[in-house]
Design a protein around this ligand. Structure first.
Ligand code: HDE
Length: 694
């Protein structure tokens, strides 16, 4: 007779089993069941023919568990696979009924729930957060007149003008087709091959090579709707609109070298930062702004407002703030919400409409289509994160994973079932329902596979962007281009890109050519002569980097013998200014300090300085002497210095700084009591002393 299978609450008979570790259901603990509600007696052992015999097919508990596990993964998004999301609220701060009949904008103070998801584009779902890449910035507004999805990016323009080129663009940037690498990187032959042949991409390339593509935090990046949309008022009048998200914390980026190191030290850097700030009640917020203009204004511009490779300078049409989004709740379950959320640019509400931008028009098909292959059913709108929070009724029926149980016979209209006393189902609402804006930009004449004339100007705004950057930002762009092109193996591809850069700016092109030790050949031909556009201050990030400690993380390195009172004072000051503190020590257990004991939040080797905005050393002379022989400690200060961060230190820590070769004495290297006055802003002026830039 085989022995009885051990129960979870009874110590097991043979090795390493259940009873030793398992907690049985008790008061307040729900009973574990199968998916069909049958209580499970043992979640540790499968059903066997004998204590040492084969497993039985009849074990439905085992089969259901493994069957479900085998199918846990769904196809990842073909782009934007790596993302982090959060719930929040949107509040209209300035009503605009004169511009739109959208219910959310009728009265200041109106709110609606939102779900936002931020993403990288090229990498897979398990890739790191910090590669050089565009970031997705998608927001679902659950309004009382349906879901409005504003599915944008952190860069206001795009690589291509027509949706038909999107699969080519994405195939070129993703892992190369034969070798399956590189992951989450644009620095390879196929991407730059495509770019070199696609002059319309040059404006976006300038943004992608700038610090915009290396955000320090998802909380510190702008968002853009990219396309021109329409606002439609109650009379059916329409104006064009561009949407902007402005982060309350301001804009900030990492250095390239830092981004690379963060990818190793904490691949979840952005996801963790978003999650932890929300957990801590330090809620990220963005103002929603609009640029509104009419057809007559649009017709006078030297660019086409339907061309997604062009932006509208804020100096021309100022951004008017109309609302604020605050993210205040983390998802309860990453898969159910962040992974299953389905954004659709076609989700519009009455009062907002599409424009004829050919990139936008293509997206209107793609997103609905992709949800079917990703989420497996046309009923993906019933998944809680996707379902509208206002009532919704229609006659769409059945399909896989149908969870609604509609009652009665009315599954069609018109019907006369009401006359027989039955529920006739919903009816259309001509007054309040969505009505497409009736005007068309240009009268249809014949079917054409063409682009409008002004789309052929590929360089004016790329040049405008370049000229709007600070000297330090320009150096970052030129250096990024040198880095990316240095990874391109086919020399003709590099040459072609260089010839295009000459059309953006001669100085930029020669700096990149010098950085690659390559000759500059002829400039590429242009399809249309560029026009002169004035630089726009709004395009520079450094101009808007945050000065204060709000939302920033300062690390304090200490060890046995450190002065506890100094550490406590720093913590109080930093937290008082809205920042947070992370304590780092060679060991995480309780350490004996001068004045008491203290535990670190992180161990030195696992908490490199790249993870923080500024660093502080509070060490005893003995500890400083010891740590000189600890490369993680020396590197800690060396990196902080090379990444232009503020460093505060006690006199004993000077020994480590000397060892790290930090001999530059700028106003970002201060004594402990100078930290708060020094602020948190990077000292970019230090950069030419620590690395050669193109
Ligand atoms: Fe997307 N894009 N895209 N895209 N996109 C997707 O939809 C597509 C474009 C953007 O967090 C996919 O649900 C086409 C521009 C974001 O879930 C897919 C074209 C902009 C996200 C798709 C574009 C974006 C996506 C993959 C050219 C900025 C992530 C999974 C016409 C305005 C949303 C999915 C999230 C995701 C197609 C161009 C932003 C395949 C065909 C321009 C933020 O449908």
């Amino acid at each position: 007779m085989p022995k009885k299978t051990p129960r979870p609450d009874v110590p097991a008979l043979s090795t390493g089993q259940a009873g030793e570790t398992h907690q049985s259901a008790g008061a307040g603990v729900p009973v574990l069941t199968t998916n069909h509600g049958v209580p499970v007696s043992d979640n540790q052992n499968s059903l066997r023919a004998h204590e040492r015999g084969p497993t039985l097919l009849e074990d439905f508990v085992l089969r259901e568990k493994i069957f479900h596990f085998d199918h846990e993964r769904i196809p990842e998004r073909i782009v934007h696979a790596r993302g982090s999301g959060a719930h929040g609220v949107f509040e209209c701060t300035q009503a605009i009924p004169e511009l739109t009949r959208a219910s959310i904008f009728q009265k200041a103070g109106t709110t609606c729930p939102v779900f936002a998801r931020f993403s990288t584009v090229a990498g897979g779902a398990g890739s790191a957060d910090t590669p050089r890449d565009v970031r997705g910035f998608a927001v679902k507004f659950y309004t009382d007149s349906g879901n409005w999805d504003l599915v944008g990016n952190n860069i206001p323009v795009f690589f291509i003008q027509d949706a038909i080129k999107f699969p080519d663009l994405i195939h070129s940037v993703k892992m190369e087709a034969d070798r399956g690498y590189p992951q989450a990187a644009s620095a390879h032959d196929t991407f730059w091959d495509f770019i070199g042949l696609m002059p319309e991409a040059m404006h976006m390339v300038m943004w992608a090579m700038s610090d915009r593509a290396l955000p320090r935090s998802l909380r510190m990046m702008e968002g853009f709707g990219v396309h021109t949309f329409r606002l439609v008022d109650a009379e059916g009048e329409s104006r064009f609109v561009k949407f902007h998200w402005k982060p309350v914390l301001g804009l900030e980026a990492t250095c390239w070298d830092e981004a690379v190191k963060i990818a190793g030290a904490d691949p979840d850097f952005h996801r963790r930062d978003l999650f932890e700030s929300i957990e801590a009640g330090d809620f990220p917020a963005w103002d929603l702004g609009i640029q509104v203009f009419d057809e007559a204004w649009a017709a006078k511009q030297p660019y086409d407002v339907l061309d997604a490779t062009k932006l509208i300078p804020e100096e021309e049409i100022p951004v008017r703030i109309v609302g604020r989004m605050t993210l205040n709740r983390n998802p309860d379950n990453f898969f159910a919400e962040t992974e299953q959320v389905a954004f659709l640019p076609s989700n519009l509400i009455p009062g907002i409409d599409f424009s004829d931008d050919p990139l936008l028009q293509g997206r209107l098909f793609s997103y609905l289509d992709t949800q079917k292959s990703r989420l497996g059913t046309t009923n993906f709108h019933q998944i809680p994160v996707n379902a509208p929070k206002c009532p919704f009724h229609n006659f769409l029926r059945d399909g896989m994973m149908q969870t609604k149980v509609p009652r009665g016979r009315a599954s069609y209209e018109p019907n006369t079932l009401a006359e027989a006393g039955e529920d006739p189902g919903p009816r259309e609402a001509p007054g309040e329902g969505f009505r497409s804006f009736s005007g068309i930009g240009a009268p249809a004449t014949s079917k054409l596979r063409v682009r409008a004339e002004l789309f052929a100007d590929h360089y004016s705004q790329a040049t405008m962007f370049w000229r709007s950057q600070t000297a330090s930002e320009q150096a970052h762009i030129a250096s990024a281009l040198v880095f990316e092109l240095s990874k391109v193996k086919i020399e003709a591809i590099r040459t072609r890109v260089l010839s295009r850069l000459r059309r953006v700016d001669e100085d930029l092109a020669s700096r990149v050519a010098r950085g690659l030790a390559m000759p500059l050949l002829d400039a590429a031909p242009v399809a249309r002569e560029p026009v002169e556009m004035a630089p726009s201050a709004a395009l520079s990030m450094q101009a808007r980097a945050p000065h204060g400690f709000a939302g920033r993380k300062v690390a304090i390195l200490f060890d046995e013998g450190s002065n506890l009172a100094s550490i406590r004072k720093l913590c109080t000051d930093i937290k008082g200014a809205g920042g947070s503190v992370f304590l780092v020590a060679p060991k995480v257990g309780e350490l004996r300090l001068k004045g008491g004991t203290l535990k670190a939040d992180g161990q030195l080797a696992g908490s490199p300085s790249v993870l923080f905005d500024a660093v502080v050393g509070v060490l005893s002379p003995d500890a400083a002497y010891r740590l000189v022989r600890e490369s993680a400690a020396v590197q800690w200060f060396m990196d902080a210095h090379a990444h232009c961060k503020v460093i505060a230190h006690c006199p004993a820590t000077q020994r480590l700084l000397d060892h790290a070769g930090i001999d530059v004495d700028d106003d970002g290297i201060v004594a402990l009591d100078g930290l708060m006055a020094a602020g948190i802003q990077r000292r970019w002026a230090r950069e030419p002393d620590v690395r050669s830039l193109a």
